[in-house]
Design a protein. Structure first.
Length: 183
């Protein structure tokens, strides 16, 4: 890599010179001012090899790099507008990770039963407390929990349900409406 007569530059100083001798990792150079100095190989840059580097640097289009580095303007999203009187809709996540700290040892049947029982408790609570609407987050998956939820909701009178807002939940949620009689 290093040869006698190579032009070199010192990395941490403004010193240039020519290689006089190479002794392992020590290189002796003669500076442009005529001084003889010793440096380690990692302190020097071989200018004979760097000419290709300089050519490559000159070919770089700075305007393209600046264009890549500019921060793109964020897309604006339309926020869901709520009326002043509108209260947030209760959301219940039926994913098993949200219901139990550790599902180890539970069969698929146990998991589905726990999820269905949790949904049933929330439905009955909403009916008792006259809550007009709730949302169950069940995820997409294979659709087993959604089918079980649809079956459960179909057993109640005065209850209607549909897929929840796609923009907010995707396909993994069901919105439940309770038609309550005035007392």
């Amino acid at each position: 890599m290093w040869n006698k007569g190579d032009k070199v530059a010192v990395l941490d100083d403004d010193i240039n010179g020519i290689v006089l001798a190479i002794n392992g990792t020590q290189i002796t150079i003669e500076t442009e001012d005529g001084f003889v100095m010793n440096f380690a190989t990692h302190e020097l840059l071989n200018m004979n090899q760097s000419s290709n580097l300089m050519d490559a640097i000159r070919r770089i289009n700075v305007d393209e790099i600046i264009k890549e580095k500019t921060i793109p303007t964020p897309r604006s999203f339309v926020k869901e507008r709520k009326e002043k009187k509108e209260v947030g809709v209760p959301e219940f996540d039926l994913h098993i990770e949200k219901l139990v700290p550790n599902k180890r040892g539970m069969t698929n049947y146990d998991i589905l039963t726990l999820q269905a029982d949790t949904a049933k408790r929330h439905i009955e609570f909403a009916i008792r407390n006259r809550i007009p609407k709730i949302v169950f987050i069940h995820g997409v998956g294979e659709g087993v929990l959604k089918a079980e939820l649809d079956f459960l909701l179909g057993r109640y009178d005065n209850v209607s349900f549909q897929d929840a807002n796609y923009q907010k939940y995707g396909l993994g949620a069901t919105e439940v409406y309770f038609k309550q009689n005035a007392k």
